[in-house]
Design a protein around this ligand. Structure first.
Ligand SMILES: *Cc1c(COP(=O)(O)O)cnc(C)c1O
Length: 350
């Protein structure tokens, strides 16, 4: 293949995280309770579904249900194949080739990927030492879109509300996207304030608190103007009929989400205490995962744990995250297993 055949903007994209899977997965920040029980129920009903027919092009039923949940009109929502698709739609809709997207760093690695595949330029602005937003530098950075993640992945903290407001208000004519993939766990959201602004988009997902990562369901919510533009850009039918049905059922079971958040809140304390006791530096978490910094080499820690049947995610090679690893917060039993195996690894490596 000739290099010139490849579009110049996509020539150096690495493959995404694709580990050999075995044992207990605490590397993906999914829901520790396992698949949403609504899924099985919905899938039974799907046996009768006429899969010869296309889905609704814009997932009208799901947009209606989301509207009810948030007391907003369905026109404010754009539903897609995971919130990853929602992010892609945002850049497809608003970014000219070559335009800049401002991204706080460290953040979610796929954010810059979506900028790149849409021919944009990512400009990283470092978080402060406490992993909070550097409002002044973010407001000096020139870009068409600013995308931040709250709670932030992989640092696991939330940003101060007034700082997010300051980057929304700080620059005229800039679109601000708040990726709230873990919003339910923090109990914080910008959705109630969306109507106060004409330039804010929130993305959310069914992959984390709703425990449906395998179904690929996510959405963007904004004002009807921005949402209307995105709706026209989105690939029609991108959410399949089965996933939409599962999402509708899952939305009705808010008790599952509340319970998930409760389990995570309890597990967070257990892991924070346990990891600290083992001598790790543990960062403040408001998500369903925790970032912590190794006593021993991050590669060694992650590899040895995997051999003992527990997978966590390695970030230790990244700038600002030197020797850091991330684990999902599990149930009491999962956390205990992780801590036990971690203690074994530390003993073996002494
Ligand atoms: C997991 C995650 C998503 C992806 O969500 P999907 O709906 O599964 O595509 C988006 N943003 C962040 C920060 C995430 O961690």
């Amino acid at each position: 293949m000739k290099l010139e055949w490849q579009r110049s903007t996509v020539r150096d994209i690495p493959l995404y995280y694709n580990p050999k899977v075995s044992g207990l997965r605490m590397d993906t920040s999914t829901n520790p309770l396992g698949a949403n029980p609504a899924a099985k129920e919905a899938l039974m009903e799907c046996m009768e579904m006429d899969l010869n027919q296309y889905p609704s092009p814009y997932s009208d039923a799901l947009r209606g249900a989301l509207g009810e949940l948030y007391s907003l009109p369905p026109e404010d929502f754009v539903v897609g194949n995971g919130s990853d698709e929602a992010l892609d739609i945002i850049f497809k809709s608003f970014l000219e080739p070559g335009e800049t997207v401002v991204l706080p760093y460290p953040g979610y690695s796929l954010h810059s990927y979506f900028v790149k595949v849409n021919a944009g330029k990512a400009m990283f602005v470092d978080l402060r030492d406490d992993f909070q937003l550097d409002v002044e530098r973010l407001n000096r950075a020139k870009g068409k879109v600013l995308l931040l993640c709250n709670p932030n992945n992989p640092t696991s903290n939330t940003f101060r509300h007034q700082d997010i407001e300051a980057v929304i208000n700080g620059v005229p004519d800039r679109i601000v996207v708040v990726d709230e993939a873990y919003g339910e766990f923090a109990g914080k959201s910008f959705i109630p304030e969306l109507q106060d602004y004409d330039n804010v988009i929130v993305t959310r997902t069914f992959s984390k608190a709703y425990a449906l990562a395998g179904m690929r369901i996510g959405y963007a919510v904004s004002n009807p103007d921005l949402a209307g533009v995105m709706q026209r850009v989105k690939i029609p039918y991108s959410l399949n009929r089965v996933s939409e049905m599962v999402a509708l059922k899952a939305l009705k079971d808010q008790e599952f989400v509340r319970h998930s958040v409760k389990v995570v809140n309890e597990g967070r304390k257990q892991l924070h205490d346990g990891l600290s006791r083992l001598g790790f530096e543990v960062f403040l978490s408001e998500a369903n995962f925790i970032l912590f910094k190794g006593k021993i080499d991050h590669r060694l820690l992650v590899e040895r744990l995997a051999k003992k049947g527990v997978m966590i995610r390695d970030f230790g090679d990244k700038r600002r995250l030197e020797n850091c690893v991330r684990t999902t917060i599990g149930t009491e039993g999962m956390n205990r297993l992780l801590l036990d195996k971690m203690a074994e690894v530390l003993r073996e490596c002494r």
